[in-house]
Design a protein around this ligand. Sequence first.
Ligand code: ATP
Ligand code: MG
Length: 580
Amino acid sequence: MTVYKRLLQYMKPYWWRILIAALASAAYGGLDAGFAYMVEPLLKKIFVTKDIFIFSILPFAIILIFVFRGTCRYFNDYFMRTAAQLAVQDVRNEVFRKSVFLDLRFFHQNQTGSLMSRIVNDVAMMQDGVGGVITGVFKDFIGFVSLLGVIFYRDWQLAAISILVIPLSIYPAQVLGKKIKINARKGQDETGGFASILQESLSGIKVVKAFSLENIMIDHFTRANLKFYEYTRKLIKYMFLSSPIIEFITSLGIAAVVFFGGSKVMAGKLSAPEFFSFITAMALVYSPMKRMISAYGEVQRCLGASERVFEIIDARPEIIDAPNGYTLTPDDNRVEFKNVSFKYQDDYILSDVSLVAEKGQAVALVGPSGGGKSTLVSLIARFFDTSEGQIFIGSHEVREITKGSLMNHIALVDQETILFHDTVANNIRHGKPGATDNEIIKAAQAAYAHDFIMEMPDGYETSIGDRGVRLSGGQRQRLCIARAILKNAPILILDEATSALDTESEQMVQKALDNLIVNRTTFVIAHRLSTVLNADKIIVLDNGRILESGTHYDLIRNNGLYSRLCSAQFNNEPAQLDMQ
Ligand SMILES: Nc1ncnc2c1ncn2[C@@H]1O[C@H](COP(=O)(O)OP(=O)(O)OP(=O)(O)O)[C@@H](O)[C@H]1O
Ligand SMILES: [Mg+2]
């Protein structure tokens, strides 16, 4: 019930729409009752008294009543559904707003496709539930109550018999409702499963094609889809099972009324028109009841989806601002790791790492793949909190610094060159929202990106696809570098992309990086010898531990892992320093 209450909270701002809808549905439901009530006097006037006037205006009255009824119904549906739509839109906005602020860890633990499915499908299911159900329940409840009034007014004994069956229908409705909710939830979990397959195969379509994985992907997708069908089938079964069950139960009521009412008519205690009026009202009373019962199933289905949505809304980030957090100043440029250890789950990925990057120094991190280089730099930006030990920027621990100020202080060029579906200019502008065109051009020039941008069809206004699909690897890197240059942050984290570039773009990227590094405290995960040679300090990281540190020449003299890997690499590939 609390989930439903929460849903209703979202409807609150749209109360006036709901009020109009409720009034319209009251009129609509009341009309049905009036109609049933009028059967008796009308039949009497026309067939017994033979009232010509009533008879001649009756057709017009019927048309008028139906026009009025239709209008009420339209108002009810329009205002109720728009209210539900608006409420659910708020839910969707909130899920998105909440989810983008969640920790990186959350996104590593949940598949992208599954999260997308919650925001798209589950919210849509909530909408069906909220809109349809509230509309129905309003109308049906008012209709139900007023028709009940009519049948009790006509003959309370018969009425009592006919409503005896109502409690009988509550139990099956509850049992079915429970099953509907469980299967709706499972079905939605499955939707998440196939949405993930969809997302992975579409965003990785090149690999799918290159390895001829089409049929394997189709197979995965078909199987996930079939599983979804299994739950949906159960859902359909339980949702529509309620109708025949309720119909059977109501038939008991109708049979009893026909028998007892018929006996009363025969005994002369009830007139035939009264009896028909009663039967009309009773037949009418059962249909809103049936609809309310199936609406109950619909509500359960909606609740199943809402639970999944509220799970995201309720998820709390662990990495949060300390109260009265410190705001960094441009002078806070020294970065120090003090006995830092870190684990994602059970195993330590970094153990007892201590290092210092003085203001303006460039520190290069090298070492075997999986050694923990990317993890180490991600701790500076507090993508994760250390398991043990501390990281200082200036004289403050990262946990004492406000997240906003920390992020403003750091520019990141990641191993994955992520660009958004937008114009080139806007992609660079993400480095500094509100930057002028001139600033963007300057950044692009420093990143050696200006020339190729000018060759594109619309220059800086050219739209690039998600992940910048129409750009080469080197061009993408240079756009990411331009974005970081524009940000002009005192601390720079550079996780060099390992993708092999041709010599020309390699040189361009290198020059762009040289421009970027100037005057900044830089952590660079280096795969290029030139970057490593220029570094003030080289840290060799293996298995989460610092093996060696010093300048290139120190380390060569040391004759350790660095010098061994270096000489092995340089014989074949002097431009690259890939230590895998
Ligand atoms: N989100 C994560 N959850 C759990 N384990 C992770 C996560 N990210 C990385 N790891 C593990 O942490 C270890 C270090 O990974 P990391 O990405 O830091 O290595 P790296 O030195 O940057 O390697 P590369 O040179 O290949 O980029 C690896 O064993 C990896 O499997
Ligand atoms: Mg890495």
